[in-house]
Design a protein around this ligand. Sequence first.
Ligand SMILES: [Cu+2]
Length: 312
Amino acid sequence: MDVSCKTRDRMQSRPIRLLAAAGTLALSAGVWSTVAAQGVVGDLPGGPAVNQWNFHPPVTRIAQDQHWLHGFMLIVCAVIFVVVFGVMFYSILRHRKSVGHQAQPLAEPLWVELGWTIVPLLIVIGMALPATQVLVAQKDTRQSDITIKATGMQWKWGYDYIKGEGEGIGFVSTLDNSHRIMSSSGNPPPTDDYLLKVDHPLVVPVDKKIRIITTANDVIHAWMVPAFGVKQDAIPGFVRDTWFRAEKTGDFYGQCAELCGKEHAYMPIHVRVVSAQDYSAWVQEQKKARAPPTAAAAPVQAAAAEVLPARP
Ligand SMILES: [Cu+2]
C-alpha cells in the first residue's frame, strides 16, 4: 500500500471513528436518561446508596478506623505518585538529548543507596503500624457480651445465639419471598432494598460487643456487613470469628461475600440493632414462641399430629 492510499484510508476511517464515538456517547446518554427517568430507587439507610462513591457510613469504631486508613493510604500513595512521576517527567523533559544533554555515568554514592532504601522502608513502616493496630483490634474477639454462630448454607444464613442474653435462640434467615418473585419475573420494579430483605433479621443490642462465629454447611460463604467493617469467611469444618459493637440503632445490610454458587446473590444479611430494652423484649418474645407447648395447647397439637402425620 502506498502513502496516498494510507492517507485516503485514514481519511475514510476518521468519520467512522467519529460516528462510533458519537454512537457511544448517545448510548451512554440513553442509559443514563433511562436510569434517571426511573429515578425511584432511593438510598437504603444502612445499606447501599444510589451512586455511592465511598464505603458505607461507619457505625462501629473499627469501620471508622478502616475509613481513616483508606483515606490515609490514598493520600500517601497519591503524594508518592505525584513526587515520583513529577521528578521523572521533569528530568525527561529538561534533560533531553535534543536540547544538548549527554548521558552521564551514575556515580551511585553511598548516601543515595541508603536514602532510596531507608525512605521507602520508613514509609512502609508508617503505613504498616496503624494498619496492624486496626487488624489486631479487628481480631480481638475476647470478652464479648453476646456470641452468635452464623452458619452459611446454600443459600441462607442460620443464626444461633450461643452465649449471653438470648442464649438458646436459633433461626434461619432467608431472602424474603417477595424479592425472589421480583427477581424471577426478570423485570424487578425499582426497590431500595432489592435482594436485601430477609424473613428473620439478626437482632442485636446497641453498644454491646457481639462476637460472630462463622462456619458453613456446604461451601465457603462469607459474612459481611460493610457498615460494621466486618467480613469473615464461613468455611465448612472450620470455625472463624469476628466482632462488632454497633454504636447506632437501625437496620444494617450486607451480603455473602464469597462467590459460593448459583444463588450467591440471594443470601443477604440483615442486622437489626435495637436498644437494650427492645432487645430484652425481643428475647422474651422469641423464648415464648419457642417454649414447649402448655397443657392447654398440647391436646390441640396432638390432634393436629393425628390429622397430619409426620412426613416420612
Ligand atoms: Cu454464600
